[in-house]
Design a protein around this ligand. Structure first.
Ligand code: PLP
Length: 433
C-alpha cells in the first residue's frame, strides 16, 4: 500500500490506522472523509524533531492550514507546538475559536483586504507575510492606528520553477505572489519596509511550489534567499531574524510517486544553509518551513457507496459514486492522480475492468479519476475508497447541486470521533431568505 497506515484485514476490508473502513462506513454513512489523527501527529513530530535537530531550537514548522482547516486541526497543531499559516480571516477565525496562540500564526495571501488586516491585528497575528507595496501601506496604517509594531516577512520569488528549474530557472518571476529578486522589486520592498515606523521587517519568505520531490529545488531556493539577504545586509545594514522556506514536499498519491524522507531532506537543507551562512559570516536566521499537504494528505481517505455502473460496450465504463467534485474537485481542477479501490474487497483480483469513477453532479467534468481498475463485478452497494485525500479535499469542497458536505471523522488510538459534522439539508439552505 502507498502508506503504512493502510492495511487489509482477514475479511478483505481496507483498514486505515488499523480500523475497518467498512465498519466506519456503516457507522457514519457515506460519503465520508476519514482522517488518521495519529498519522497527522506523527508527521508534525517528524518536522518538529528534524527541524529542531538540524536548525536548532529557534526553528519552527508552520502547518499550512489551507490544506485542511477546521477547529480540531488547529487544536492538534496547538498541542503539537506547531505554528500555522493562515490565508484568510475565515481561517484566522477558526484558529482563534480554539485558542490557537496567534503569535505563532503567519498570514499569507496576495490580496489581503483592509478588513482582513484590521481583523488579523485585532487578534494579535504574529506575522503578516507581505506580498506587495499596497499591503505594506495598509499594515503601516493600521499598526500606527493601534500604536503597535507589526512584525512582517516579505514574500519573495527566487525565480525557480520547481518542475522545470534545470531548463528554465527564472520561471516563476511572473508569479502572482510576492516580489521578484531578479527584477529589483525585492530590494525596493526591503528599503520600503525598513522605512516604515510601525513595521518590523523580521525576514524573508519564499514558497516555490507544491508536490515537489526534488530536494535540489529547496537547496537552490535557500541559496538564492540567503545570497539576497546578504546583499541587503551590505546595502542597508539590515540582518534578517527569520527565513521562511515555504512548503511543498510531495506525497504519494499513487505507487508512481516516490516516498520522501523528510527528516533527511531537512538535514540536507540545514547543512547547506549553515555552510552558506558560515561562508558569508551571516548570522544563522531562525528557519520556518510551511508543510501543508505532507502533514495531512496521507492521513486522509474518502469512502463512497457505488451506485450506477454503466458499461458502454466498445467505449467506456463508468462507476458512479454518491459524492464527487463537491467533496474532491482536484481531478476536475488539475487532473490529479489518486489510488482508487473497493474497500470491501480490497484483495479482489477477479477479472478487472477499466472504468472512470465519476460523481453525482450534473456536470460531465465531475470525475474523481479515469483509467481506474476495479473488479469487473463492481456493483451498486460496494464501498469505494479514494486514498490520500486528507489535503485540499474537505478544504476545497462545495455545495454545488446543493449537495451537503460529508463529515470528517478522525481516527485515534483505535477509536473514531466526528471532527466536522455531516451537513444537513437545513445547513445547505440556512442562509436563504
Ligand atoms: C500552499 C502553500 C503552502 C503549503 O504547500 P503544500 O504543498 O501543501 O506543502 C505553504 N506556503 C504557502 C505560502 C502556500 O501557499
Amino acid at each position: 500500500m502507498i502508506c503504512n497506515n493502510l492495511t487489509v484485514n482477514k475479511e478483505g476490508h481496507l483498514c486505515l490506522g488499523g480500523q475497518d473502513t467498512i465498519e466506519l462506513a456503516k457507522q457514519y454513512g457515506t460519503p465520508l472523509y476519514l482522517m488518521d489523527e495519529d498519522r497527522i501527529r506523527e508527521r508534525c513530530r517528524t518536522y518538529m524533531t528534524a527541524m529542531k535537530e538540524a536548525f536548532g531550537e529557534t526553528s519552527l514548522p508552520l502547518y499550512a492550514s489551507k490544506a485542511a482547516s477546521f477547529k480540531q486541526i488547529y487544536r492538534i497543531m496547538k498541542e503539537e507546538g506547531m505554528g500555522i499559516d493562515v490565508v484568510s480571516s475565515g481561517e484566522i477565525c477558526t484558529a482563534i475559536a480554539v485558542g490557537f496562540p496567534m503569535e505563532r500564526a503567519y498570514f499569507h495571501s496576495n490580496n489581503k483586504t483592509d478588513a482582513d488586516i484590521d481583523y488579523a491585528m485585532a487578534n494579535g497575528i504574529g506575522y503578516f507575510v507581505v506580498d506587495n507595496r499596497e499591503e505594506l501601506d495598509a499594515i503601516e496604517y493600521f499598526a500606527s492606528k493601534r500604536s503597535i509594531t507589526q512584525k512582517i516577512l516579505l514574500r519573495l520569488t527566487p525565480g525557480i520553477d520547481p518542475h522545470t528549474y534545470a531548463a528554465v530557472n527564472t520561471g516563476k518571476v511572473d508569479s502572482k505572489f510576492g516580489s521578484a529578486i531578479e527584477t529589483g522589486q525585492a530590494d525596493e520592498m526591503t528599503a520600503y519596509a525598513l522605512a516604515q515606523k510601525h513595521i518590523k521587517l523580521s525576514g524573508y519568505h519564499c514558497h516555490i511550489g507544491s508536490q515537489v520531490f526534488d530536494s535540489d529545488t529547496f537547496l537552490r531556493a535557500a541559496a538564492i534567499m540567503i545570497d539576497f539577504a546578504n546583499q541587503m545586509r551590505e546595502k542597508y545594514n539590515f540582518v534578517i531574524d527569520e527565513l521562511d522556506l515555504g512548503g511543498g514536499y510531495g506525497v504519494r498519491y499513487t505507487e508512481n510517486d516516490p516516498e520522501i524522507d523528510i527528516a533527511e531532506n531537512i538535514r540536507e537543507i540545514a547543512g547547506a544553509v549553515k555552510a552558506q551562512c558560515k561562508a558569508l559570516d551571516y548570522p544563522m536566521p531562525a528557519i520556518r518551513l510551511e508543510p501543508g499537504r505532507s502533514i495531512v494528505a496521507d492521513a486522509g481517505m474518502t469512502l463512497y457507496t457505488v451506485g450506477t455502473v454503466k458499461q458502454i460496450p466498445g467505449y467506456k465504463n463508468y462507476v458512479s459514486v454518491d459524492g464527487g467534485m463537491t467533496d474532491n474537485p482536484r481531478y476536475a481542477l488539475y487532473r490529479s492522480s489518486y489510488t482508487v479501490l473497493l474497500a470491501n474487497r480490497a484483495n479482489d483480483e477477479t477479472t478487472p475492468f477499466k472504468c472512470s469513477v465519476v460523481g453525482r453532479c450534473c456536470e460531465s467534468g465531475d470525475i474523481l479519476q479515469e483509467n481506474v481498475t476495479l473488479p469487473a463485478n463492481t456493483a451498486r452497494g460496494d464501498i469505494l475508497a479514494v486514498l490520500t485525500t486528507g489535503a485540499y479535499n474537505y478544504a476545497m469542497s462545495s455545495n454545488y447541486n446543493r449537495i451537503p458536505r460529508p463529515p470528517v471523522v478522525m481516527l485515534k488510538d483505535g477509536e473514531s470521533y466526528v471532527a466536522v459534522k455531516r451537513e444537513t439539508y437545513e445547513d445547505v439552505c440556512k442562509n436563504d431568505i
